[in-house]
Design a binder for this molecule. Structure first.
Ligand SMILES: [Ca+2]
Ligand SMILES: [Ca+2]
Length: 259
């Protein structure tokens, strides 16, 4: 290699390493088997990034749905995607599917794979007009009473622009039938399951009833005795004869080793 070639090679190396640090598209790094003269691939990346520069705050996404819904009732969930930019980008929108919901729309589904776990998600491809919004809606039917947590929905484009919605929560209530059925409790079905009752939930409410689901000290109606007896039991166990014996043996072993 003569002096000129060496200089060109060094310049190319410096250029490649500076691009790898600056462009998020290269976050996975260059392939390990990349030949030293493979400049074509890099120039493609550079061109792509120059055409669609990343713009922080380019997009916004917001999920809306009712705060509560009754079990078995269809629910509509909306994702409003906003493009604050001046161009007309193609974007993808991702929304994880939650257990406990029957999804009603035949939208495209992908999967996150974590070892043996496969978590499904909806994915939509949209083209957004400049400075405008589009809304996606989908429908689902809750199968159980309880709280459903939706993680952030995500919008991304090929340039690495990205926005996330806030996480949201949905409370699924029972349809009252005068019976506190399995899976129902006083939080999600107060009509059928009054506080202080047997519903597999220690509700901790002061209602002049001792909740059979509460451990000692957790129901205010059970009186102060169990609450104060709990720490006493812990103290007693710490100074129990067994503990003193174990501490004595440990001390003897230590003294023997030193001697
Ligand atoms: Ca019921
Ligand atoms: Ca209870």
């Amino acid at each position: 290699m003569n002096g000129k070639k060496l200089l060109l090679y060094l310049l190319l190396l410096a250029f490649l390493s500076s691009m790898a640090a600056a462009i998020p598209v290269l976050k996975d790094g260059l392939p390990s088997d990349l030949p030293s003269n493979a400049t074509v691939n890099i120039s493609e990346y550079v061109q792509e990034v120059q055409t669609y520069p990343a713009q922080p705050g380019r997009y916004a996404i917001e999920r809306t749905h009712p705060e509560t819904v009754k079990i078995g009732s269809e629910l509509t969930i909306s994702l409003k995607v906003t493009n604050m930019g001046e161009s007309r980008p193609d974007v993808k929108v991702y929304e994880d599917l939650r257990p406990g919901l029957d999804y009603q729309n035949p939208y495209e589904i992908g999967y996150h794979e974590y070892e043996a776990l496969k978590i499904p998600y909806y994915v939509w491809s949209l083209t957004l007009n400049p400075a405008s919004s589009q809304t996606i809606t989908y429908r689902a039917i809750p199968k159980n009473v309880g709280m459903i947590a939706f993680p952030s929905a995500i919008v991304t484009d090929d340039a690495g622009n990205r926005a996330e919605s806030a996480a949201t929560y949905l409370k699924v209530l029972c349809v009252p039938n005068a019976v506190c059925d399995p899976g129902e409790n006083t939080f999600y079905c107060p009509e059928d399951c009054p506080s202080g009752g047997a519903d597999d939930l220690c509700d901790g409410m002061q209602d002049n009833r001792t909740d059979p689901d509460c451990q000692a000290g957790y129901d205010p109606d059970a009186g102060p005795e169990p609450t104060t007896s709990a720490p006493t039991t812990t103290k007693a166990s710490l100074s129990s004869p067994l503990c003193i014996l174990a501490a004595g043996i440990a001390l003897l072993i230590l003294l023997q080793r030193r001697g």
